[in-house]
Design a protein. Structure first.
Length: 571
């Protein structure tokens, strides 16, 4: 047992050291160009398929140049039930593989496939064995592992020579995300980037017909929001003559601790109003990186949540309510307020309308302040994946070319191409993918303007479908269009969140997706302690329990994690 613990600790230290290199090298100049493709050993998969560096490396002079001889490239693909328009295509032979071959003379082969729920586990097995495809996508932890084990290729030279202008624009639109793919100055992975930081913070969703029924205005202070919650709890907002409603939905998980902290019915919005930032690694007034969940500012917000629970403004059964249960309560007239993501209009928005009528729409508003000071919201680290190349792969430039094509067909294309390669979830058939950090902001800007003017000439391909969806609601109150309207109209969630960014009210995260050694070892235990204590306090336990929790948190590893976080990221 002791030997296993020592081995686990050594692995954690290796990951920690790699993470330090990630951060340090992100700021350094690229002094070490990658090796030439011809200097790499051919992958076993390529050799068995008959390809060789000399034949496949011909005509490599640009982002779109075809290989003179067929280049066989292996990958690992996640199967997905969301692909509803596969038709006669298969995961091995489909419109993406055919377009790749037509464009580059690259023949894609799936070394293996796995259901989305099992993909990570199977890839972990492949990483452990070293039997990896030529090109594959890893999450943050796996990115650290494959680099620590020397399993992936340096993509620096390949990116510099073969990245298309469109791909470079996407990477440069979030340089921190892109640079996080460097290790010791070398580009070891292409960041999958994200849809935009505007997608991360939360808004307050309020049942519009209930608000109007009681002549209430959108809340501008936390006191006004709490008063509204009390009215929704005590004055029979659905008019059924029963005392069966409550004010604000709270998820049993309280708040997310994932990379992109978004979700449904989050308690952290209430706490943010009191300038507390649970689950966020931020800098305090002295410049030290601290964990928001254990800061003294939490107590004021917890006292309010406790009072809300006591008064019935929060469901007495909130500890049992997950996202699905919250959606059910919203649909069934049990609750009128939730704090959640920009996309909550898509779920459960349409179901609420279909059951209760068009007036039952939940409208988005900014989280109001408890004391008049601006409400800040933490911005989580948004990058969760990297495209990498097997170190044994003789043609790492092929990885960049594949990403170029994905960007062209999925992110910077005309309408017909976009529809063809995206319909029914077809984009998931691509062996590689990246996101555009400017996409959400661009779509919101285009769609909100087009809804005002009805001029669609400036809509890019990815905006057209969402515009048409929003128009369905605006023109005919079709419930299936309400999500697009609630997200992208001039009064939608993105309009609220854009103002948040314009006013500088988003706290940057100090966490960059890689756990420190103690965090990797102790995170689950510490999160359990934190959530259990906060739940008990909300349900009536003494606020002194918070101080006890903080003390235990520090002793059980929190103090060590805080020290490691500052050593790793506070440069």
């Amino acid at each position: 047992m002791k030997q296993k613990k020592m081995k686990a600790r050594a692995t954690a230290i290796a990951i920690f050291c790699l993470a330090i290199m990630l951060v340090v090298s992100a700021c350094s100049k690229n002094e070490n160009a990658g090796s030439s493709p011809s200097e790499s050993a051919a992958s076993p998969a390529a050799e068995s398929a008959g390809a060789s560096p000399s034949t496949s490396a011909a005509n490599e002079d640009g982002p779109w140049t075809k290989y003179e001889q067929p280049l066989k490239v292996t990958t690992a693909l996640s199967t997905n039930t969301g692909i509803t328009q596969l038709g006669s295509d298969t995961y091995d032979d489909n419109l993406w593989t055919r377009e790749i071959e037509s464009t580059f003379n690259i023949q894609m082969q799936n070394l293996w496939t796995a259901d989305a729920t099992q993909f990570k586990t199977k890839l972990n097995v492949s990483i452990a064995s070293g039997e990896l495809p030529d090109v594959f996508t890893v999450d943050n932890v796996q990115f650290a592992q494959v680099n620590a084990s020397g399993l992936v290729a340096d993509l620096t030279e390949a990116y510099e020579k073969f990245a298309s202008p469109e791909l470079k624009r996407i990477m440069e639109s979030d340089t921190a995300g892109f640079e996080s793919g460097r290790v010791d100055g070398k580009l070891m992975g292409i960041s999958a980037q994200h849809f935009g930081m505007i997608s991360i913070p939360s808004v307050v969703w309020i049942r519009d017909d209930w608000m109007k029924k009681f002549n209430l205005a959108p809340p501008t202070t936390m006191d006004e929001l709490l008063h509204m919650a009390e009215v929704f709890t005590t004055q029979d907002p659905d008019g059924n003559g029963k005392n069966d409603s409550y004010g604000i939905a709270i998820n049993k998980n309280l708040y997310d601790t994932s990379l992109a902290a978004t979700g449904v019915a989050l308690a952290d919005g209430i706490l943010n109003a009191y300038h507390a930032y649970p689950a966020a690694w931020i800098k305090d007034a002295s410049g030290k990186i601290v964990y928001g969940s254990v800061q003294p500012e939490m107590k004021a917000g917890l006292a309010v949540l406790q009072d809300m629970y006591k008064k019935g403004l929060i469901s007495k059964e909130f500890g049992l309510k997950d996202t699905a249960k919250i959606a059910e309560d919203l649909t069934n007239n049990k609750v009128g307020i939730e704090i959640g993501s920009n996309w909550n209009g898509f779920y459960p928005g349409p179901d609420i309308i279909k059951k209760n009528g068009v007036e039952a729409i939940l409208m988005p508003y900014a989280i109001p302040s408890a004391d008049g000071k601006p409400v800040m919201q933490p911005g989580s680290w948004p990058v969760g994946a990297y495209v990498v190349a097997n170190k044994k792969f003789a043609n790492p430039e092929a990885v960049i070319k594949l990403i170029n094509l994905y960007v062209k067909l999925n992110l910077t294309n005309d309408g017909e191409q976009y529809t063809n390669f995206n319909a029914g979830g077809r984009a998931w058939l691509s062996p590689v993918s990246v996101n555009d950090p400017e996409q959400s902001t661009r779509e919101y800007t285009q769609i909100s303007e087009a809804l005002k003017t009805k001029d669609t000439s400036k809509l890019t391909a990815s905006s057209v479908g969402k515009y048409e969806q929003a128009l369905m609601w605006e023109q005919s109150k079709d419930p299936d269009g309400v999500g697009g309207w609630l997200q992208n109209s001039s009064v939608g969630s993105f309009s609220v969140l854009q103002k948040l960014f314009d006013e500088g009210r988003v706290l940057p995260t100090e966490y960059r997706g890689i756990d420190t050694p103690t965090m990797a070892e102790k995170k689950a235990t510490l999160e359990k302690l934190e959530k259990e204590t906060i739940t008990k306090i909300i349900m009536g336990a003494s606020l002194d329990e918070f101080d006890k929790m903080v003390d235990s948190w520090n002793k059980l590893g929190g103090e060590a994690i805080t020290k490691e976080m500052n050593e790793l990221y506070n440069k």
